[in-house]
Design a binder for this molecule. Sequence first.
Ligand code: AHN
Ligand code: ZN
Length: 325
Amino acid sequence: MYNRTRLLFLLLVLLWACGPQQTVQQPPAPSPVKVIAPSFNADSAYEYIRQQVAFGPRVPNSKEHVACAQYLFDKLKASTPNVVEQKGVVTTYDDVRLNIRNYIASFNPDKKNRVLLFAHWDTRPWADQDSDREREPIDGADDGASGVGVLLEIARQLSAKAPAIGVDIAFFDAEDWGAKGGGPESEDSYALGTQYWTRQPHIANYTANYGILLDMVGARNAQFRLEGFSSEQALYVVDKIWKSAAALGYSNYFLLEQGGYVTDDHVYVIRYGIPSIDIINSDKTTRSGFAPHWHTHQDSLSIIDPLTLKAVGQTLLEVIYNEGH
Ligand code: AHN
Ligand code: ZN
C-alpha cells in the first residue's frame, strides 16, 4: 500500500513536471515576417572597383571613359537582359560638349512597386583640392567607382535571387565635371548625366517608389550622416536605411547625425518626382564637409576598404529583399 501511494505520487509529480512544458505553447515572438537577404560579397564589389580604376580616370570624352562604358554594359548584361544604354550630349559649365552614356538595368521589369538605385560612374577631370598635380584627373576609386562597385555586386545578387519588388540600377555619367566655387556658374554644373536622364527618362513616364544614391561609399571608416535634402524630401527612406544598418550592427558607419546639404544626383531625381536619398561619406573636420581625399589624388584604390562596402551593400540588400511582402 505504501509503495502504491509512493508510486502514484511520483507519477503525479512526473506528470506535473513534464506536462505543461510539452503541451503549453509559447506565444510566437511578435516579429513581422522577415526575409533573410543574401550575403553581400564585399570582395566581389572591391574587384569591380579595382577593374574600373584599372581603366585609368574615366573622364568623359576620353578613351578610358569609352572602355569603362563597355565594361559597365557587359557587367550589367551578365546580370539581366534588360539594360538600356542611353547616349547623349551635354554641355558643361565651361562650355565643353561631352558625349555621355547612362546605363539603366532593370530587374523584375513588370513590377509596379520599384526602387531605383543609382551612382555616378565618371571621374572628375581635375584634382582641384590637391596641392599637387591639380590639373590631372583623379583615379576616383571612392568618388565614382565605389558606388558602381557596390551596385554591380547587388546586380549580381539580384540575378541569383529575384526580390519581391522591381529594382532599377542606374549608372549616371558626367556628375563630376562641375565648377569648383560656389558662384552662379556652379549652379546645376554637377550631375549632368542625371539631369539629362530626368529630361529624357529611359522609359516614358518611368517612376519608382523611392531612390537611393550611393556616392563615395568605399573609404575606410566612412561616415554617413543624414544629408539635408534626403531628410527633407525622403525622411521615410532615410529612416528605413539607417534603422536597417543599425539592426545589422553598422551604426559606426551610419551615424544618426545631421550632415550638410549636398547638391548631388539625388536632387535632380527628387525634382523629377522620385523621393531619393544620398548615402555619402562626410567629414565633420574638413572645410568641404567631405573626407580629406575628396577631389585629390589620394582618392585611389588604397583608401577603399571592403568593410565599408559590406556595411553599405548588406544594408541595401536587407532593405530590398524585405520590400513587397
Ligand atoms: C557639390 O560640391 C555642390 N556637389 C558635389 C557632389 C559630388 C562631387 N559628389 C561627388 N563629387
Ligand atoms: Zn566628386
